[in-house]
Design a binder for this molecule. Structure first.
Ligand SMILES: O=C(O)[C@H](O)[C@@H](O)[C@H](O)[C@H](O)COP(=O)(O)O
Length: 321
């Protein structure tokens, strides 16, 4: 059992590309995790070098239920541009790992600002170097609207990302927009089960839920992730893989969403959060003082995976130290 969190503060894009995939075995000198969460309940700045990523042992992620072997990292970027560069490399590295290991890469997208943050993947070198033919793309949540509607997360991703990279169309899993919210959720879960059967989608050996290779997620200012909102009963759903909501506090009201067991069975989750409007939720999520009113983002605790915050200075402006 181990849960650790490291913090990397990065000023320049060139120094903001921690080789996350290699870190477990051979951490680079500038990114050596200092100590585990349990042995160091308070964050402490070890170095203030401006252009070299530095690590702080973090109080963050005093997880309510520590996972079997999960890791958490907090990356803080001076500028959103640097975040986008690092996010592209992180995604490309994970893509290469699973393309080699499994022959398929299952990638989950949210809506919102995440899609803009992925823009560097559509440029050199990644446009050429990523094996896009291995990608299978899913949505952690989708609004129940026609696919060409301005509110559609599919349309957002298509316009800003998917239309610019050569992923086979049959490997992009949009919802069936002819169905009701309930029907679309059931249909999406059926598709996932079929992909498990044919080996595209992995299953977690421990949770009994599908194990996506990478979930690229955003968080709302209220701490919601996917369409799992604070105080909503759906946050407790622990049987379904995909469920529906008819009363989303964020419009539009009808959506489908992955459930927490699916999110938490992932191998890698990137939580991409920028801007001062989210500083309160980030502060609560990363605080070691846990209260019973957990935000949805605080319930994202991977069973056996790596959870990485990609943030900017504004988003962490309420953190102490
Ligand atoms: O369909 C949705 O509403 C999104 O998937 C949603 O969960 C989003 O990811 C967050 O609200 C963050 O959005 P922003 O990054 O735009 O704030």
């Amino acid at each position: 059992m181990s849960t650790s969190m490291s913090v990397s503060v990065s000023a320049a894009a060139s120094s903001s590309l921690p080789p996350l995939l290699a870190r477990r075995r051979s951490p680079p000198a500038s990114l050596v995790p200092v100590r585990s969460l349990r042995s160091c309940p308070r964050p402490r700045l070890l170095s203030s070098a401006r252009t070299t990523p530095v690590l702080l042992p973090a109080a963050a992620m005093a997880a309510p239920a520590p996972a079997a072997s999960s890791k958490r990292d907090l990356l803080i970027f001076d500028a959103e541009e640097n975040l986008a560069v690092a996010l592209a490399k992180y995604t490309a590295d994970i893509s290469a790992k699973f393309a080699a290991e499994r022959g398929a890469v299952t990638v989950v997208l949210s809506g919102g600002s995440l899609i803009y943050a992925l823009r560097k993947l559509t440029e050199a070198p990644y446009l050429e170097t990523v094996d896009w033919s291995k990608w299978h793309v899913f949505w952690v949540d989708e609004r129940v609207v026609p696919k060409d509607h301005e509110d559609s997360n599919y349309k957002l991703a298509l316009d800003g990302f998917l239309s610019k990279v050569p992923i086979p169309a049959g490997q992009v899993y949009a919802i069936n927009d002819a169905l009701s919210a309930e029907g679309a959720a059931e249909d999406y879960e059926t598709i996932l089960k079929q992909l498990v059967k044919n080996g595209v989608l992995a299953m977690s050996k421990t949770t009994g839920f599908p194990r996506f290779d990478l979930q690229l997620l955003g968080m709302g200012p209220d701490g919601h992730i996917a369409s799992l909102f604070p105080g909503h009963p759906l946050v407790k759903e622990n049987k379904k893989w995909v469920t529906h909501i008819l009363d989303s506090p964020k419009p539009p009201p009808q959506r489908i969403t992955f459930t927490f067991p699916v999110i938490n069975s992932s191998a890698y989750v990137a939580m991409v959060v920028t801007g001062a409007g989210k500083a309160g939720a980030v502060q609560k999520a990363i605080s070691d003082k846990k209260t019973s009113d957990l935000l949805p983002v605080e319930m994202a605790i991977l069973d056996d995976g790596e959870f990485t915050w990609f943030t900017d200075k504004e988003a962490v402006s309420m953190l102490q130290n």
